[in-house]
Write a protein that binds this ligand. Structure first.
Ligand code: URA
Length: 448
């Protein structure tokens, strides 16, 4: 999927300056700021192979310690975005994109994107595959027989125009600077650096072309950001990058202590998404989709009655029928949407039970994500095959009363592959206490 069109909002990019890399590294080391032209030259030079890894590694470490101003972070992000294709969606009405910083059981995109399309917005979106303990939208959709994640540029834009929803795998030439920088950050202890995280995420979003972008910043055990303060800082940085680039960006901070909904694993998550599209989803997933839809409508300039209109799409069948049309447009078999019972779910079952009675105090999202991975439902390395049918069901959610011996979690496995490890992870990740825990709010903040 690629379209090499001129950028929509920053026609002057990429800007470049004559480059003296040691001088640039030294100035960042000393806490000075870079111009847009310097950043454009450094990033462009790196992607073309003219600036070696060791110089960029030193520069990344200087950024790690000295940080970047909002202006620099915005300029860095645009420089990164412009190293590859800039998707031109300007011929489509009210384009909207959504990004989640990654969670467990997070099937929100499967529900939200048809909702937004049913509300009159256009979703022409690139999504990723799962890596490590977090799932990916493309893997989930591939649980539906026939569904294809690849479309030509023309077919992608045509489908977005005609159906209002097209979703494809990420183009290889989407912000290639990010792939290179991320790999270098990974081996130089510079991943955990706010301007670098924010620019990494937003470079891909800006290159993907939507005018409105809603960000779901996850906070908690199963998320990249462990505290609300860190989540807020990241959200603010990303909203500011969007403003810098002339896009409408809003962020919602949401809890990711426990998995979202009750099901984790690819086919299982499609089932839960379909139930939610029928107005019968778990309360947390339903609420999050409404919240993100309201933010998207408001950011796109349609705030009137946003909540009621978003709710209506899950009760009048309009979001479900959008989803069906989208699945069929990309080669999927619509009968699986009509009858989710047809989806392949692994036949093996094993339960984790309560050792004692009381209240379920926690189900650690990370443990559930790792259990799905152990069962074969995720990948450790890019390109590995996965088993779409395995997963974990939360039979009880945090705060609910439980009796000794009661099943808390159900594992769906195939011929016991990874079962022992999954049960070990889940048993360690679940805790029962004698008092009911305080109800954790799902929405922890809004920025934008
Ligand atoms: N996700 C990204 O895409 N980049 C980061 O740096 C962190 C999370």
């Amino acid at each position: 999927m690629a379209s090499t069109q001129p950028p929509q909002s920053q026609p002057s990019f990429p800007q470049t300056a004559a480059l003296n890399v040691p001088d640039l590294i030294g100035r960042k080391r000393d806490g000075e700021t870079h111009s847009v032209a310097e950043l454009g030259a450094l990033i462009g030079g790196y992607v073309r192979g003219e600036v070696p890894d060791y110089q960029v590694a030193a520069w990344l470490m200087a950024v790690y310690f000295r940080g970047m101003t909002p202006q620099e972070t915005g300029d860095l992000t645009l420089s990164m975005a412009h190293t590859g294709d800039m998707l031109d969606l300007s011929s489509l009405p009210h384009t909207v994109d959504k990004h989640s910083t990654g969670g467990v059981g997070d099937k929100t995109s499967l529900v939200l994107t048809p909702m937004l399309s049913a509300l009159g917005l256009t979703v022409a979106k690139m999504s990723g595959r799962g890596l490590a303990h977090t799932g990916g939208t493309i893997d989930k959709l591939e649980s539906i027989p026939g569904w294809k994640s690849e479309l030509s540029d023309e077919a992608f834009l045509k489908q977005a125009r005609e159906v209002g929803l097209a979703l494809v795998g990420q183009s290889k030439n989407l912000a290639p600077a990010d792939g290179l920088l991320y790999a270098l950050r990974d081996v130089t202890a510079t991943v955990d650096c706010l301007p670098l995280i924010a620019s990494s995420i937003m470079s891909k979003k800006l290159a993907s072309g939507a005018q409105t972008i809603v960000l779901d910043v996850k906070v908690g055990a199963g998320a990249f950001m462990k505290t609300v303060a860190d989540g807020e800082e990241l959200a603010r940085a990303m909203v500011e990058i969007g403003r810098h680039a002339g896009r409408n960006v809003r962020a919602v901070l949401t809890d990711m202590q426990a998995p979202l909904g009750r099901l984790a694993g690819n086919s299982l998550e499609v089932k839960e998404a379909l139930a939610t599209l029928r107005g019968q989803g778990p309360q947390d997933l339903h609420e999050l989709c409404i919240e993100l839809a309201v933010e998207a409508l408001t950011a796109a300039g349609f705030p009137d009655n946003a909540r009621a209109r978003a709710e209506a799409t899950l009760h009048d069948g309009s979001a479900l029928s959008k989803f069906r049309a989208f699945v069929e447009a990309q080669g999927g078999d619509g009968r699986y949407v009509d009858d989710p019972g047809l989806l392949d779910v692994a036949p093996g079952r094993a339960d984790v039970t309560a050792q004692a009675g009381g209240f379920l105090s926690a189900i650690d999202a990370l443990s559930v994500g790792r259990a799905v991975l152990a069962l074969g439902g995720g990948r450790e390395r890019k390109g590995e095959a996965i088993d779409h049918g395995v997963g974990v069901e939360l039979l009880v959610k945090p705060g609910e009363a439980v009796m000794a011996g009661q099943p808390l979690l159900r594992v769906y496995h195939r011929q016991e592959r990874g079962l022992a490890r999954a049960l070990e992870l889940l048993s360690a990740g679940v805790s029962v206490g004698s008092v009911a825990p305080e109800a954790a709010p799902l929405i922890l903040g809004r920025i934008g």
